[in-house]
Design a protein around this ligand. Structure first.
Ligand code: NDP
Ligand code: ZN
Length: 380
C-alpha cells in the first residue's frame, strides 16, 4: 500500500512538472479569473489545448496588467462571458516545443501579446497585419479559438501558455524580464501608429493620457527625436513626464495651461481610457496633422466627434500591431533600453484586485506586472 502511494505520488509529480494532463495531452494550468463584472479575482484551474506540431509551451514568468484587462473584466465594451482569465502582456520560458518548431528551443524566452492566431492567408495577414485578419483572428483571452474546437482562450494571469510559434515573440535572455511583458501590448500599440504616421526628429507631437501606454509612447517619441507634449489630468505625473524626456506637461484640468496650444502639433496619440472631448486635441493639431486614438473607453464613455469640424486634420484609430511589428518593437526597445516603469506584485487574487483599483484611480506609475513565479500551487 505504502509503495502504491509512493508510485502514485511520483506519477502525480511528473504530471504536474510537465503540466500535461492525462486527457488528450491537454495542459493543466492554474491562474486567476473573474467570474462576474463586479466580482474580484479568484484562483482558477483549467486546461489548455495540447502542444501541437508548431506550438510552444511557455511557463509564464511575468504578465502585465493592461487597462484593457480591466475594461474587459468589467464588461465595459460588451457583456462578456465569464469566467475570464485576462492577461496579454506575457513573458515566459519555453519548456516544451512541438516537433515542427524552428524558432524556439527549450530554455528560450518568449513573449505573447494580444493575439494567439489568425488565418495567415487573407489580405491583412499576408501584409503582416494579423490584428485585422478577416477570417479568424484569435485574441489571447476570452475569444473563441477557431483552430481548437472554438474553446475559449485564457490569458496570462496563469502558470503557462500554449501558442503557435508564429505568434510568439523572441526575447533575449538578458533583457529585464519583469519589464518585457508590457512591450507586447503597451509597447506595440503605441509604436505602431507612431510608425504609421512617420514621426521623425524635430516633429512637434503630443501624448494624451500618461499611463501604461502613454509613458511608452513618450519614450519612443523622445528616442526618435520628436518634441513631446504630454497631456494628463493630474499634477502627480508632471515630473515623471519631464524626466522621461517630454518638453512640456499640460494638466488639462488647468485652463491656463491650455492657452496658446491650438494649431501647434503635427501628431497626437490619445491613450485616454475614460470620457473626454477629442475635439480639444483636434484643435491642437496643425492642418494636415493626425489624432491617432488607441485608448478604448467603455462604450458609455465613447468619445464623440463632429466630423465636419476636422478641417483637414486626420483622425485614425489603431489596434495593437502585427506580429512582425511586435518583434520589431521588442528588438528596438531592447536595443535602446526602452522599458516600462513597473511595479511587480505577487500572483495573488487580492493583490490583483488592488492593482485594478489603483489603475482606475490613477495610482500606479506606470505598469503593474504579476510575478507568476510566486503563484501558490496546491503542493505548497
Ligand atoms: P492607464 O490607466 O495605465 O493610463 C491611462 C492614462 O490616461 C492615465 O494616466 C490617466 O490618468 C489618463 N487619463 C484619464 N482620463 C484622462 C483625460 N480625460 N485626459 C487625459 N488623460 C487622462 O491605461 P493604459 O495605458 O493601460 O490603457 C489606456 C487605454 O488604451 C485603455 O482604454 C486600453 O483599453 C486601451 N488600449 C488599447 C489598445 C489598442 O490596441 N488600441 C491596446 C491596449 C490598450 P490617471 O492615471 O491620473 O487616472
Ligand atoms: Zn493591453
Amino acid at each position: 500500500m505504502k509503495t502504491m502511494k509512493k508510485i502514485l505520488f511520483i506519477l502525480t509529480a511528473i504530471i504536474m512538472c510537465t503540466h500535461v494532463s492525462a486527457q488528450d495531452g491537454r495542459i493543466s494550468s492554474q491562474g486567476y479569473a473573474v467570474f462576474s463584472k463586479d466580482g474580484g479575482f479568484q484562483p482558477y484551474e483549467f486546461t489548455r489545448h495540447a502542444v501541437g506540431e508548431h506550438d510552444i509551451l511557455i511557463r509564464t514568468l511575468y504578465c502585465g496588467i493592461c487597462h484593457s484587462d480591466i475594461h474587459q473584466a468589467r464588461s465595459d465594451w460588451r457583456e462578456e462571458t465569464y469566467p475570464i482569465v485576462p492577461g496579454h502582456e506575457i513573458v515566459g520560458e519555453v519548456v516544451q516545443v512541438g516537433s515542427g518548431v524552428t524558432r524556439f528551443k527549450v530554455g528560450d524566452i518568449a513573449g505573447v501579446g494580444c493575439m494567439v492566431n489568425a488565418c495567415r492567408h487573407c489580405e491583412y495577414c499576408e501584409n503582416d497585419q494579423e490584428q485585422y485578419c478577416m477570417e479568424g483572428r484569435v485574441l489571447t483571452y476570452s475569444d473563441k479559438d477557431l483552430y481548437h474546437d472554438n474553446e475559449i482562450t485564457r490569458g496570462g494571469y496563469s502558470t503557462n501558455m500554449v501558442v503557435d510559434e508564429s505568434f510568439a515573440i523572441r526575447v533575449p535572455k538578458d533583457a529585464p524580464l519583469e519589464k518585457v511583458g508590457p512591450l507586447m501590448c503597451a509597447g506595440i500599440t503605441t509604436w505602431s501608429p507612431i510608425m504609421q504616421c512617420g514621426i521623425k526628429a524635430g516633429d512637434k507631437v503630443g501624448v494624451a493620457g500618461f499611463g501604461g501606454l502613454g509613458h511608452m509612447a513618450v519614450q519612443y517619441l523622445v528616442s526618435l527625436g520628436a518634441e513631446v507634449t504630454v497631456f494628463d489630468i493630474t499634477e502627480e505625473k508632471r515630473a515623471d513626464a519631464l524626466r522621461l524626456g517630454a518638453k512640456r506637461y499640460v494638466n488639462v484640468t488647468r485652463e491656463e495651461e491650455m492657452q496658446g496650444l491650438d494649431n501647434t502639433l503635427r501628431f497626437i496619440l490619445s491613450t485616454i481610457p475614460a470620457s473626454y472631448d477629442p475635439m480639444m486635441y483636434i484643435n491642437i493639431l496643425k492642418v494636415g496633422g493626425t489624432l491617432a486614438v488607441v485608448g478604448m473607453p467603455a462604450v458609455k464613455d465613447a468619445p464623440q466627434i463632429n466630423i465636419t469640424a476636422l478641417q483637414n486634420r486626420y483622425l485614425t484609430t489603431s489596434i495593437i500591431g502585427g506580429i512582425k511589428e511586435t518583434q520589431e518593437v521588442v528588438d528596438y526597445s531592447v536595443a535602446h533600453g526602452i522599458y516600462p516603469e513597473t511595479v511587480v506584485i505577487p500572483a495573488d487574487a487580492s493583490a490583483i484586485d488592488k492593482a485594478y483599483r489603483d489603475v482606475v484611480d490613477g495610482k500606479v506609475k506606470f505598469r503593474y506586472v504579476i510575478d507568476l513565479k510566486t503563484i501558490k500551487t496546491e503542493k505548497q
